[in-house]
Design a protein around this ligand. Structure first.
Ligand code: HXC
Length: 261
């Protein structure tokens, strides 16, 4: 299969590499699950048997995404409106999850805020907003879900995000050490350039065609949401039961370009 074919392939077609039903009876709680990478991660986990709750600020978008995910996977996906900057809203989303499903096995702290600006154009409030969404939002999500994840001995995955990257990575590493004895694993997925996502629209090079971007990538293509979805299924599965506290870079070798050229 050519890499270009893989790029345009829908997420659903690529998931048969993992055994079916490995997440039967499990429940995923995913912030940022209404669109983009996190929606694809949610779909992948649901295709392997889990029900899910997707969390975000825009209820209309979440509701449409939840219906789409339920229909595509045959499992239940429920929308829960919450801003990750508001702990009380997150607690309500968690309460809804427990009320509906009685458990939380997997958590993806995927909600991110990001925009391109030089520091000269970055106000204190702009900086604070990104830290509040990415770093504090991850913290609030962990605080709200950890009692339930401990009970079910599940896993966390945090999506790698811009200015708060170091804080998210450090939070995950400490969580892995502290919660390891309680059966909880915590890992970070650090996606490279993923085509067709809001992140690429916001942060990718402007005025460059997608085909010319392929040429600069070691694997000859941009990432696809299915690449992150497959990584998610792997990390949540028992195949990754000895992997915790790690940052897994899923970028087609992009990070090594600078050191090898
Ligand atoms: C400079 C900006 C700005 C910009 C906002 N601000 N956009 N400053 N350049 N482009 C400033 C505002 O002026 C304001 O500061 C402050 O940020 C807060 O802005 P608000 O619009 O009031 O905040 P809010 O409505 O809460 O929106 C949050 C946001 C927004 C982060 C600013 O962009 C957002 O909601 N993003 C969510 C979706 C998202 O970012 N997805 C991409 C994630 S992808 P002042 O001083 O004026 O009050 C990702 C990984 C991608 O992270 C990897 C790709 C390779």
């Amino acid at each position: 299969m050519s890499s270009k074919t893989a790029y345009v392939q829908p997420v659903a077609d690529s998931l048969s590499v993992f055994k079916e039903g490995i997440f039967n009876g499990k429940v995923l709680f995913c912030t940022g699950g209404g669109s983009g990478i996190c929606k694809a991660m949610t779909e992948a986990v649901m295709r392997h048997g889990a029900n899910s709750v997707i969390v975000g600020r825009n209820l209309e978008r979440l509701t449409a995404a939840a219906q789409e995910l339920s229909k595509a996977t045959g499992k239940i996906c429920l929308p829960a409106q919450a801003d990750v900057r508001k702990p009380d809203q997150l607690k309500s989303a968690v309460a809804k999850t427990i009320e509906q499903f009685g458990r939380i096995d997997f958590v993806i702290c995927g909600a991110a805020g990001n925009f391109l600006t030089p520091i000269s154009g970055l106000s204190e409030n702009g900086f604070r907003t990104v830290i509040e969404i990415d770093a504090l939002g991850t913290y609030h999500t962990i605080k709200a879900t950890i009692p339930y994840v401990r009970e079910s001995k599940g896993s966390y995955i945090h999506v790698h995000v811009s200015a708060a990257k170091a804080a998210v990575d450090a939070t995950s590493a400490v969580l892995a050490v502290e919660e390891g004895p309680h059966g909880v694993r915590s890992n970070v997925i650090a996606p490279g350039p993923i085509g067709g996502t809001e992140g690429m629209d916001r942060l990718g090079p402007k005025g460059t065609s997608v085909s010319s971007m392929f040429l600069g990538m070691p694997v000859g293509r941009l990432g696809d949401v299915k690449d992150i979805a497959n990584t998610t299924v792997f990390l949540f599965s028992d195949a990754a039961s000895f992997i915790t506290g790690q940052v897994l870079v899923v970028d087609g070798g992009n990070e090594h370009l600078r050191t090898t050229q």
